[in-house]
Design a protein. Structure first.
Lengths: 333, 379
């Protein structure tokens, strides 16, 4: 199918209920309800909740990687700010968790403007290295400030709840994080089909060509960073009910690397690719019943195997199934 | 009919009895969370050997609570809070353990203790930050000394006995280092010793030559290094030795093990340190422990092996004495109200759940291990 025929199809479907999306959404909601109501183990439920939080971070990383084709090694800084903001708000300012989340998201967006303005003129490895450096600065800052609790971090939170939903209850925690993740994915789906989304796609495919078409490449790239930073901050905040402590380690570049791996395993091309990757990345290792050292080996081999058989990410398999189904229905018609 | 009823009742009762009897023979599961992979995996290995020895001894002596065996379930905290939390939660809910042993790194232990608080008995064998037992968790106990207890004794010795005129200090930027430095500054107040230079470095540092050069320039009588990672400790001392060393040299307490001394290849010779455990010159219970450990594992035990061994023993003994594996109020009260015999001597726990080691040893590095320099009875 050519690009223009997709566009035509999209035009034709305007005003008609998008059955495919509704079906997808319905099955995702059913899956969430199935896990949330079916699973009884607090361990599984809170792990599933944490997975949703981590997936949110992977999704945010993918806005940069899949969106404009940059590797944002320093994205862990926004995640860390998102985790520290509610912790500081609760322990030092006497503010509730929710207010802390919003503060963190706001602050990270403002910081993203500043950082993006300084760094987004750079591309490729240069951008990655500079953003990594900045996250290192953030980590050292968190290590040395009084307000961040220094090396030991912040802990002992009394209330971790969003409105009436108490996130210290594993089931509520899972439902809340899953709902937020879904909401963010819906927003992203809409953004992707917007003018801004198209501009990003054209920049990713060829920034010079995009520029020649009159797209302000720098501004669109900046918008992508400013858009993804609060999502990372939200993810950081949503991981607190699980980790129970915020240490400078949250800003470790290893966290970004984990998210990048999740994105690559799941696939950059699809919105929920990073979610698939995050599920595999956090839940699978818990069920490999080997000696811990063997576990690392087996898990690494699984990742290598996935990258070899599905280099575009696991979502390729879904695409394959989708194509098969389409072919069959076409055959019937 | 009546006879039939009687038979039925007998069958029922005997079935019930045999049911409870089978229940009584179920093992008591204890979860052990250790860093089995990651940068501190060495501690995990040492701890596991200690735990296995305790298990063998307890079950060999007939188990606890009227013949029930204990069973240890291990999980890996990998050196990060989120993995520590996952490990503890998995053991509590999937493994249905009756007690959790977890605690090597302070930040991870703090995260883990938020999960175990008011839910299950938690014994922290190794982590030293004062904040852990400061939180007031009623079922949380700590076998190792706190960082401040150890430092207070060690600094008193450094300043009062060795009497250097000047000290230079270097340490990794961690909570442990921060607590030790603050304690040192307090101990120095009113003494004739002056702190002339302080250098901090972060976890990724591998070259310490510039720091050592700077410290040498201050010409201190004593160099005091605070670092808890064995591989880096070895590297630091090698680089210090390359630059000629210092008249007096000290390393933080509780952190000098063979895993640092051996790779240092002699560079740590003569460095003064301190710990709650020393293999040299052990007598009585401690000598027994060391002998059994060596026979089982073919290596010498270290402090980490000892505290994990003691944690398993403490839980088993307290459950046995309290007569329950799940009434944690009673078990905790039993732990607080009694004095526990360990290889180190008698161990008692205060209201915060902190154990104070009966002895503290000032040691000096000699060959491939530490040698005893002086021992203190802790009051």
């Amino acid at each position: 199918m050519t690009e223009s025929s997709i566009a035509l199809k999209a035009q034709g479907s305007r005003g008609v209920v998008p059955w495919k999306q509704v079906l997808l959404l319905g099955s995702v909601v059913a899956l969430v309800l199935g896990i949330g109501l079916g699973a009884d183990s607090p361990f599984l439920l809170s792990l599933a909740g944490y997975t949703c939080g981590f997936a949110l971070f992977a999704v945010s990383v993918n806005v940069m990687l899949g969106g404009i084709g940059e590797v944002p090694l320093g994205h862990c800084m926004f995640f860390g700010i998102g985790a520290y903001a509610p912790a500081i708000a609760m322990n030092h300012l006497g503010l509730p968790y929710e207010a802390g989340i919003l503060l963190g998201m706001g602050f990270s967006a403002v910081l993203a403007v500043l950082i993006g303005w300084l760094t987004l003129k750079l591309t490729g490895a240069y951008f990655s290295i500079v953003s990594w450096g900045l996250s290192g600065v953030a980590m050292v800052t968190a290590l040395n400030l009084e307000i961040t609790g220094g090396p030991l971090g912040l802990f002992g939170f009394t209330r971790l709840a969003i409105g009436p939903f108490d996130l210290s209850d594993p089931r509520t925690y899972f439902f809340a994080t899953a709902a937020i993740l879904l909401l963010v994915l819906i927003v992203l789906a809409n953004v992707r089909s917007s003018r801004f989304g198209n501009a990003l796609e054209s920049i990713r495919q060829g920034r010079h060509l995009a520029q020649s078409l009159g797209i302000n490449v720098f501004r669109e790239r900046l918008k992508a960073l400013v858009f993804s930073a609060p999502i990372a901050a939200l993810a950081g905040a949503l991981c607190i009910p699980y980790t129970q402590i915020v240490t400078p380690e949250v800003m470790s570049v290893l966290r970004t690397v984990d998210a990048l791996l999740a994105v690559l395993i799941g696939g950059t091309g699809l919105l929920f690719g990073p979610v698939i990757g995050a599920v595999i990345f956090t839940i699978l290792p818990q069920f490999l019943q080997f000696d811990p050292n063997v576990k690392v080996l087996v898990f690494s081999l699984i990742i290598i195997f996935i990258m070899v058989v599905a280099p575009g990410g696991l979502h390729q398999l879904f695409k394959l199934i989708e194509r098969r189904l389409e072919k069959r229905s076409e055959g019937r018609a | 009919m009546k006879f039939g009823m009687k038979v039925a009742a007998t069958v029922l009762v005997s079935a019930l009895l045999s049911g409870t009897a089978a229940f009584a023979q179920d093992p008591v599961k204890i979860g052990v969370v250790l860093p089995l992979t990651g940068p501190t995996a060495g501690y995990g290995k040492d701890g596991k050997m200690g735990a296995e020895l305790a298990l063998e001894e307890i079950n060999g002596a007939g188990g606890i609570l009227g013949g029930r065996k204990i069973e240890l379930m291990y999980d890996d905290e990998k050196g990060t809070p989120q993995d520590g939390v996952a490990a503890v939660q998995k053991l509590m809910t999937q493994g249905r353990v009756k007690a959790v042993i977890a605690g090597m790194n302070s930040s991870i232990t703090l995260a883990e203790s938020a999960i175990t608080k008011n839910k299950v008995l938690h014994v922290n064998p190794g982590a030293q930050a004062d904040a852990i037992t400061e939180q007031g968790s009623p079922w949380l106990f700590q076998v190792n000394n706190t960082a401040s207890t150890n430092s207070t004794i060690f600094h008193k010795y450094l300043i009062g006995t060795l009497k250097p005129k000047t000290i230079a200090y270097m340490g990794e930027n961690t909570e442990f280092n921060k607590a030790v430095l603050e304690n040192l500054k307090r101990s120095l107040e009113g003494s004739g010793t002056k702190l002339v230079e302080v250098a901090n470095y972060d976890a990724s540092t591998t070259d310490f030559t510039s720091i050592v050069t700077r410290l040498k320039a201050a010409n201190p009588q004593m160099l005091y290094v605070v670092d808890a990672y064995p591989a880096r400790t070895a590297q630091i001392w090698k680089q210090i030795r390359q630059q000629g060393g210092f008249p007096m040299e000290a390393h933080s307490t509780g952190t000098v093990q063979a895993s640092a001394i051996v790779p240092a290849e002699g560079a740590m010779e003569g460095v003064v340190t301190g710990d709650i455990f020393i293999a040299e010159g052990a007598t009585g219970e401690m000598a027994d422990f060391i002998k059994k450990f060596q026979a089982k594992n073919n290596v010498d035990p270290n402090k980490v092996s000892l505290v994990v061994y003691e944690a398993v023993k403490l839980i088993a003994a307290a459950m046995d004495k309290a007569g329950t594996d799940s009434n944690y109020d009673l078990i905790s009260k039993t732990i607080r109200d009694n004095v526990w015999k360990t290889p180190r001597g008698s161990l008692a726990f205060d209201a915060k759940g902190r154990a104070k080691a009966p002895y503290f040893y000032i040691q000096v590095v000699k060959g491939k291990d530490v040698a005893l320099r002086e021992s203190f009875e802790v009051k």
